[in-house]
Design a protein around this ligand. Sequence first.
Ligand code: ATP
Ligand code: MG
Ligand code: MG
Ligand code: MG
Length: 428
Amino acid sequence: MRMTQTFVPVLKENPSEAQIVSHQLMLRAGLVRQTAAGIYAWLPLGFRVLQKIENIVRAEQDRAGAAELLMPTVQAADLWRKSGRYDAYGPEMLRLQDRHGRDMLYGPTNEEMLTDLFLSSATSYRDLPKMFYHIQWKFRDERRPRFGVMRGREFLMKDAYSFDLDEDGMRVSYNKQFQAYLRTFAALGLKAVPVRAPSGPIGGDLSHEFHVLADTGESAIFYDAALEDISIDDPDAVAKLSATYAMEEEEHEKVMDCPVPQERLLKRRGIEVGHIFAFGTKYTQSMGFTVQGRDGTQVHPLMGSYGVGVSRLMGAVIEACHDESGIVWPEQIAPYRVGIINLRQGDAGCDSLCDTIYERLTNAGVEVLYDDRDERGGAKFAGMDLIGLPWQLIVGPKGVSAGTVEVKNRRTGERTDLSLEDALEKVA
Ligand code: ATP
Ligand code: MG
Ligand code: MG
Ligand code: MG
C-alpha cells in the first residue's frame, strides 16, 4: 500500500483527551478515531491490526473445536424476557424500538440468542457436547467510556458458548477454552494472568478472568509469584494455573487466610482481556430447554460462556509494546511488516529504487507500506517510528549512488546499510 492511497492521519501532539499511552498512540498513529463517546471508527491501519488479532483469536477457537457462526447485533427484547435478564441488565443495555413499537436491543452479549438458536433444534444427548463462537460487535452503554478502545461503548468481542450433558463435560469444555485463552494471549505476545473470578450476576461458580499486566490496568490483582513460572506449554498448565492463587483485590480482601506467604504475594495492575464462565443450567432452566439424556429422562444442558475483548486487546498490546517514539508492533499483528521511506520523493533514482523494492516485496507476499508522500525526511522518520512497523527500508540519494538501502529494525533500533538483495532478504 502506498501512503498516498491510504489514510493515516498521524498527529504530532498528544490529544488532550487521551490519558493512557495506548489511547494516545492509537490516536496519534491514526489507527482509530472517535465518532461519538466510546464509539470508534477503525481507520485503515487500525482495521488491519484488528483483523489480525481477530484471526489469532479465531485460530485458537477453531483449534479448541468451537464452530464459528455469526449472530446479529440487534436482538428482540422478548428473548431476554425469557431468561429474565431484560429487566435485570440495567442501564448498560442500549434499548430501542422498531417502527412497530417492538422492543429491541443492541446485544451486549449473546447467551440467550445462542441458547435459543441451538437448543430449539437439539433434542438428545447425541447433539452434545457442542461449542460455538462468533466475533461480533457488542454495545454496552458504559457509565464512563474511557481509555479509548479499552472501555468503549461499541466494541468487538469473541464470545463462545458450550453445551454439555453433565458437570464433567462442562468442565472439559471450560478447560478447552482456558487452554485456548492461554494460547491466544501468548500468540499475541502477551503475558496474561488467569485470575479466579466471582461469577457475578451470570450465576454459577466456575470462572476466571485473564488479565494482562500493565500499570494502567483498571483492576488490582494479587497472585502467587509461582504463577509466573508456569509455562503454558506444560501439558498440565490449566490445572496448575487454576490451582495457583490469583484474585482481584476486592475478592482477595474477603479471603481470611491467604495461602500465599507474604514474600511470594505479588500485587499488580491488570487489564481484563478475557473472561470465562461455567454457569451450568442457568439459561437452559430459565428459558426452558431440555434434551433427552442417555437414560431417557429430559435434562437441562449445562453451559459455559467465554469472552475475549478483541478490540480491547489492541490497547493492551500497545500498553505492552511501545517506546518513547511510538508503537512497536509484534510482527504477527503489525499492520504491515515493512515500511519504505523515500527521503527524496520526486528524485528519479530514489523513486525508481523504491518502486522496485515495493514491487519485489509485494510480489513475494510481504506486506509493505510505502511512504511516498512529498514530505520532509524528518516527518517520515517520526511517522514511521510512531506507526511501529517491524522493519523500515530507507532510501535516499546517497544510498542510491552507493547501491545500498538502509535497513532499520524498529524494536532494536539497529540500522545497517545493505545491498538491495541483502536488504530484501533481511526483511522478507
Ligand atoms: P469490565 O470488567 O472491563 O467492565 P466485563 O467483566 O464487564 O469487563 P465481560 O462481560 O466479562 O466484561 O466481557 C468479556 C470481555 O469483553 C471482557 O473480558 C473484556 O475484554 C471485553 N469488554 C467488556 N467490556 C468492554 C468494553 N466496554 N470495551 C471493550 N472491551 C470490553
Ligand atoms: Mg463491564
Ligand atoms: Mg469485569
Ligand atoms: Mg468480565
